[in-house]
Design a protein around this ligand. Structure first.
Ligand code: GDP
Length: 424
């Protein structure tokens, strides 16, 4: 298996958690490289549901070390809560089960307050209000506070003071008030003590595992279409969601990566504002939302539903060098008479094979749809012929193999047709 990156190829919520959990059977390390507590996964194992916020999906496997990489922004209150919850359920039993990068940045109350205040104003982009964007802003402005600072009380206090000085005028301008330095210091140093056994040099730990030829799985958060550089800006997340982001986020050279896999849903969803040309605003959209339980795992917000946009998937495949994909939630589409795929766009007399990312172009572009027959529920272990036709069509249109299809949230509700590590 070696070193594998898994990314969502749409707008997040593709069911990466389930697919990564399946793949972690063979992994020693499961690593997250970007984002923060805005990227929950839902895992269903033996009928029991587990929700992760910051910790990668490998948490349920014995012998797997979960790594929160340097490129992430970490809310210590959320992480401590998550660690306590998983510990109480018998996971994260040993210190080596979890590594938190000492150079990752912190999400502090200042960032939560800014995110909340901005989203309450007109023009909010529909963030998860978990403080992620503002945390990355502080990082880029060089006023951020890092995980390692939590373990050095004097330095932490000084960094929180500097952060507060930098952000207080802006928070006041937004109509709020900056958190108290004394209160933040007291509360977060206590959280830091709980995190101390896990804090380390994540980059070196991952590097050493790669050199040992351990199986290492990089788990993407959100989806490639939400990438800060390559997505539909400004309706994007604040970090790199492409496979290349994994190298930057962990400080691992691209030459060390063996394989890049993608996860796509058989339809598409998007949370928050932003263009979504294949959106279904009628009955079928409502049906997919209900049957697919398309409500944010972090915020509970209803997700917008639409047909699968193969032109967007193609773009994601190119941006991340994806070599094979898993298609999830085909059970949710079962029972539809006909299903559709957006296979390209028409814009200004031209046909585009990739989704345009410029907002004006995207608004003006007309999706080109192809219609295929729908399929019934899965009976037994073989894919209904019409669903197999859909899968083949997706594979032909994207130019890469579909190595697995998913027919439910459980580990066993998966049909693997190819070894993802040999598919090409
Ligand atoms: P992620 O962030 O990409 O991991 O996606 P989420 O976990 O937020 O959302 C995926 C949801 O779909 C979770 O509740 C999964 O348990 C569920 N899920 C994953 N694969 C399937 C599938 O094939 N069918 C159904 N019905 N649910 C699935």
């Amino acid at each position: 298996m070696a070193v594998v990156i898994v990314v969502g190829v749409q707008w997040g919520d593709e069911g990466k958690g389930k697919i990564v959990d399946l793949l972690t059977e063979k992994a020693r390390l499961v690593v997250r490289w970007a984002g923060g507590a805005n990227a929950g996964h839902t895992l269903v194992v033996d009928g029991k549901k587990y929700v992760t916020r910051l910790i990668p999906s490998g948490v349920l496997r014995e012998g797997v070390t979960c790594v929160l990489g340097e490129g992430m922004v970490i809310d210590p209150a959320v992480l401590v809560d998550e660690i306590r919850t998983f510990k109480a359920q018998g996971f994260i039993a040993a210190g080596r089960d979890l590594v938190v990068a000492e150079r990752a940045h912190l999400t502090l109350p200042h960032h939560l307050e800014i995110d909340r205040l901005r989203e309450e104003r007109p023009g909010g982009i529909g963030t998860t209000k978990k403080g992620i964007g503002p945390s990355y802003e502080s990082k880029a402005a060089r006023v951020g506070v890092r995980v390692g600072d939590l373990l050095r009380p004097d330095r932490f206090r000084a960094r929180v003071e500097a952060l507060t000085t930098a952000l207080a005028p802006y928070i006041r301008e937004l109509g709020g008030s900056a958190p108290s330095v004394a209160e933040v210091t007291k509360k977060y140093l206590a959280l830091g003590e709980e995190l101390r056994p896990f804090v380390g040099d994540a980059s070196r730990i991952v590097h050493d595992a790669v050199v040992r030829r351990d199986n290492v799985l990089f788990e993407g958060a959100q989806g490639v279409m939400l990438d800060i550089d390559h997505g539909t800006y400004p309706f994007v997340t604040s970090s790199s969601t492409t496979a290349g982001g994994a190298c930057a986020g962990l400080g691992i050279g691209p030459t060390k990566i063996d394989r890049v896999l993608g996860v796509a849903k058989g339809y598409a969803t998007r949370v928050g504002a932003g263009p979504f040309p294949t959106e279904l605003n009628e009955e079928v959209g409502e049906l997919l939302r209900k049957r697919g339980n398309e409500f944010g795992s972090v915020t509970g917000r209803p997700r917008r539903c639409g047909w699968m946009d193969v032109a967007a998937v193609r773009l994601a495949i190119r941006l991340s060098g994806i070599e094979a994909i898993a298609l999830t939630k085909l059970d949710v589409m079962a029972g539809l008479d006909r299903v559709r795929l957006c296979v390209g766009y028409r814009l200004g007399g031209k046909t585009l094979d990739e989704m345009p990312v410029d907002l004006d172009d995207l608004a003006a572009a007309e999706p080109i749809f192809e219609e295929l027959p729908g399929w019934p529920e899965l009976a037994g272990s073989s894919i209904p012929p019409a669903a197999a036709g859909f899968v083949e069509r997706v594979s032909a249109l994207t130019g890469i193999p579909v190595w697995a299809t998913s027919w439910g949230a459980g580990r066993l509700q998966t049909i693997v047709t190819q070894d993802p590590f040999s598919a090409s």
